[in-house]
Design a protein around this ligand. Structure first.
Ligand code: DGL
Length: 276
């Protein structure tokens, strides 16, 4: 593999959630080009078997490599939980940035010693979460919720409608009754509903979006590897979806604040991705 500085940053997620990470990367490194893959035909990843999510992640990484990605950001907590370890073994030359629920900063800052974590079932079941809890949560009580159905609402562009609000109220009210003062967003879709979350929890509860920290980590790795794009002409965004191009395109202004070219790709028997 030959990584070069003016190649794009590769990012993937099961759908549009990783765009919250893309947005942070774009804000920090506007001259970097990005190639993004949203596996919307398979969304949600959260309830799927780990083995299957691992297989999808490997095929997508190969696809991003074909698009010349110089680093891969696994902008999905669920795929990070299921696949990150294996991806690092299978692609030893590639640098990966993964997501893990931000229990560490939450545990450092909480005053009440009680923290809410919102993430998918697979993320909660994975070894990565268990290890984060074991290493960083000491003495802090965690309250977890999978917000069933929320990923699908966000995928449909429902960022503040009745169903979205209801799911978040059901998840957060019991946590508030337990006196949490911090909420960790352990799914990359959830930063898009921060305004609703803040309305529910009020100003005394801190909401932790990990995207800025992930963008900083990506920058650090690019700098350390001599892979920062030297050009200052503004990076380009290329998006790929395994589902509906128009549906994704219509959501971009609300999610990214800009539009971008969206291309369609197709899965071939769950083992290969081809451009259509
Ligand atoms: N955005 C993904 C994450 O960060 C989850 C969405 C899904 O269940 O597919 O976990």
């Amino acid at each position: 593999m030959n990584f070069i500085p003016n190649s794009p940053i590769g990012i993937f997620d099961s759908g549009i959630g990783g765009l919250s990470v893309l947005r942070a990367i774009r804000g920090l490194m506007p001259d970097e080009s990005v190639v993004y893959f949203g596996d919307q035909i398979h969304i949600p990843y959260g309830p799927r078997p780990m083995e299957q999510i691992g297989r999808f992640s490997e095929v997508i990484t190969n696809f991003l490599l074909q698009q010349q990605a110089k680093i891969v950001v696994v902008a999905c907590n669920t795929a990070s939980a299921a696949a990150l370890k294996d991806l690092r073994i299978k692609f030893p030359e590639m640098q990966f940035v993964g997501m893990e629920p931000a229990v560490k900063p939450a545990a450092e800052r909480t005053q009440t010693g009680r923290v809410g974590v919102l993430a998918t079932p697979a993320t909660f079941q994975g070894a990565l979460y268990a290890s984060v809890v074991e290493r960083f949560a000491n003495g802090v009580e965690l309250f977890q919720d999978t917000c069933a159905g929320l990923v699908q609402q966000i995928e449909q562009g429902n960022l503040d409608g009745r169903e979205t609000r209801q799911i978040l109220e059901n998840a957060l009210q019991p946590m508030l009754e337990k006196n949490i003062d911090t909420v960790v967003l352990g799914c990359t879709h959830y930063p898009f509903v921060i305004p609703v979350i803040e309305q529910i929890v009020g100003e005394n509860v801190r909401v932790i979006d990990p995207a800025p920290a992930v963008a900083k980590q990506t920058k650090r790795l690019l700098e350390a590897g001599g892979l920062v794009n030297p050009a200052s002409a503004g990076g380009k965004i290329r998006l790929f979806t395994s589902d509906n191009v128009k549906a994704l395109q219509s959501l971009l202004p609300a999610l990214l604040g800009e539009s971008a070219v969206v291309n369609n790709v197709e899965w071939v028997e769950e083992i290969r991705i081809q451009q259509t």
